[in-house]
Design a protein around this ligand. Structure first.
Ligand SMILES: *Cc1c(COP(=O)(O)O)cnc(C)c1O
Length: 243
């Protein structure tokens, strides 16, 4: 039996509900972002018809082609999340299409997006991407071992202070990607670490950082148990990507 996108969505929603029950959390605390990168507009339209309202894309060129097509072909207006690394010169094509940028991974792009949002007379909702696992291939602000390494903590706190001071960004929380492990249980310390960092930042800066975007196809149930408010799921909804 081949599974349709609609079947896949039902299955993912079921697993999200089960994880929420295990963690004693309400289902409405978790937003499912369907990651449609490398997938055609037709798949996005199917997911919209199945009731999904949040979509994630990670490439500027690809999304600036697909999003206008979705807008043209559907009466529904999903919330678009940008989840990829942004080169500065491409930032101008992010602000008009996206409601949330989850991947603020360096100061330069934070400043650029704030400036561009200002030019569009808007405030952009953003998440600060954190490299909590210390993997060298990961983007994001370095946070590995921040509780034990004052230099890491000072640099991170300074970046946070600078980002919070930018006038056209609304900082809603943190985002991370866990390393890939065969056993999803191995990702738990990464997700717990992001939640712990969020709590410390909230306390020290006396702000609310409600969102924790963590968990993908391989590991979202554990992320939900550790407090994820946004899960970013691609393959479990749309199938494997051709790379
Ligand atoms: C591709 C991607 C996802 C989704 O990954 P799946 O394994 O397909 O669920 C989530 N977050 C980011 C940042 C991604 O690039």
């Amino acid at each position: 039996m081949t599974m349709t996108i609609e079947d896949n969505i039902a299955s993912v929603m079921g697993r999200i509900a089960t994880a929420c029950e295990r963690a004693n959390r309400n289902l409405d605390e978790v937003t499912l972002v369907a990651v449609s990168k490398k997938k055609p507009v037709r798949d996005i339209l199917q997911a919209l018809d199945a009731g999904l309202t949040h979509f994630g894309e990670n490439r500027v060129e690809e999304s600036s082609e697909k999003i206008p097509q979705v807008t043209q072909q559907s009466s529904q207006r999903p919330t678009w999340h940008f989840i990829g690394h942004i080169q500065s010169r491409k930032a101008k094509n992010v602000v008009p299409y996206f409601d949330v940028v989850e991947s603020i991974d360096r100061m330069k792009i934070a400043r650029k997006l704030s400036q561009l949002a200002g030019e569009h007379d808007k405030t952009l909702s953003v998440l600060v991407e954190i490299n909590i696992s210390g993997e060298s291939a990961k983007y994001g602000f370095e946070a590995f071992n921040w509780r034990k390494d004052p230099a890491i903590k000072d640099a991170l706190w300074q970046s946070m202070r600078d980002i919070l001071a930018l006038p056209h960004l609304n900082v809603c929380g943190l985002m991370t990607m866990a390393p890939f492990y065969d056993n999803m249980e191995a990702t738990r310390p990464v997700f717990a670490g992001l939640a712990d960092l969020r709590d410390a930042l909230q306390q020290d800066f006396e702000i609310e950082l409600p969102d924790l975007s963590m968990g993908m196809t391989n590991d979202f149930p554990v992320a939900i148990e550790e407090g994820a408010t946004i899960v970013r799921i691609g393959r479990a909804i749309f199938g494997e990507r051709n790379t």
